[in-house]
Design a protein around this ligand. Sequence first.
Ligand code: TRP
Ligand code: SF4
Length: 349
Amino acid sequence: MTDPAAAVSDEASPDSPPKAPSSGRVLSGNRPTGPLHLGNYVGAVKNWVDLQDEFECLFMVADWHALTSDYADSSHLAEYSRGMMLDWIGAGLDPEKSVLFIQSQVKEHAELALLLGMFTPIPWLERTPSFKDMQAQMKDKELNTHGFLGYPVLQAADIILYKADVVPVGEDQLAHLELCREIVRRVHHFTGVAIFPEPKPKLSRVPKLLGTDGRKMSKSWNNCVYLSDTAEGVWAKVKEMVTDPARVRRTDPGTPEICSVFSYHKIFTADESDEIATDCRSAAIGCVDCKKRLAASIGGLLDPMRERRAAFDAKPEALDEIIDDGNTRARKVACETMGELREVLHLPA
Ligand code: TRP
Ligand code: SF4
């Protein structure tokens, strides 16, 4: 299992020297399974946006990974991949700073995954927690497949193809990162040549955002606020959010700690959340006003995103160009790495 100390920490201790400009390469990605929601943003994409100024970054739409579980119906794949790019650009990923690309458009991912598969013992894959967990969660899908078992091998290929040093991910991906490091060590052991860095995870510190109904945020429960939602759409969802159930009348004091509206305020109205908590406890603020305030905070975040997104949505050629350019830049690095690996493995160039 992952040694937590091996993860790159976000936390600077008070007496640590000022951060030297970091160097190194960052790679991360998402499966295009639908529009991005606020949970995806605070848990991942926001960190990526910040990392762009510190590292050389590549962000990948993992469409082949989406197929590992959704192979039976891929009719939405192209639409979701494009939508993900739009959501990313809206959220602040900048094609001038970062390489934004689509996994399946850089075929070297497949070649490298094939080669890494030669080195990867099947029991390593079978004991990956996500393998059994996802099979149990998605009983309606046949996931006892070669492709799904190989999910972490493909993910390892994604990362080391670019010799990434740092991979910003959520906790659920730590086991995949550890497996990637193990595969790298095994390749180096047999080939006697250390061509790949061992990538380190970079965990985000943000607590998991719950759905508007207080359950886990999930597309299938219609409890997510999407980055592309309109102001009216946001209000419709915020209005229905569950509050402190004991607060029946406007004059009843509330308990913000058990209210999902307040858990959102802590993230989206962070500067004023102490005041909101006090006003809730003394019944100085009512739940409807409290929700209006939350919708306004979320609006403050999403309005500029929606505008940026719409500008590119209206110019499909501009988006095509960004994607083509990202794919080309990714391919260039990928081809170099594969050239090196083929040589080490005595394969024809
Ligand atoms: N498995 C990741 C997820 O579900 C997506 C992903 C694919 C990824 N390839 C990656 C993340 C490479 C980081 C690095 O979130
Ligand atoms: Fe929740 Fe706000 Fe109502 Fe308090 S006032 S119970 S924090 S919605």
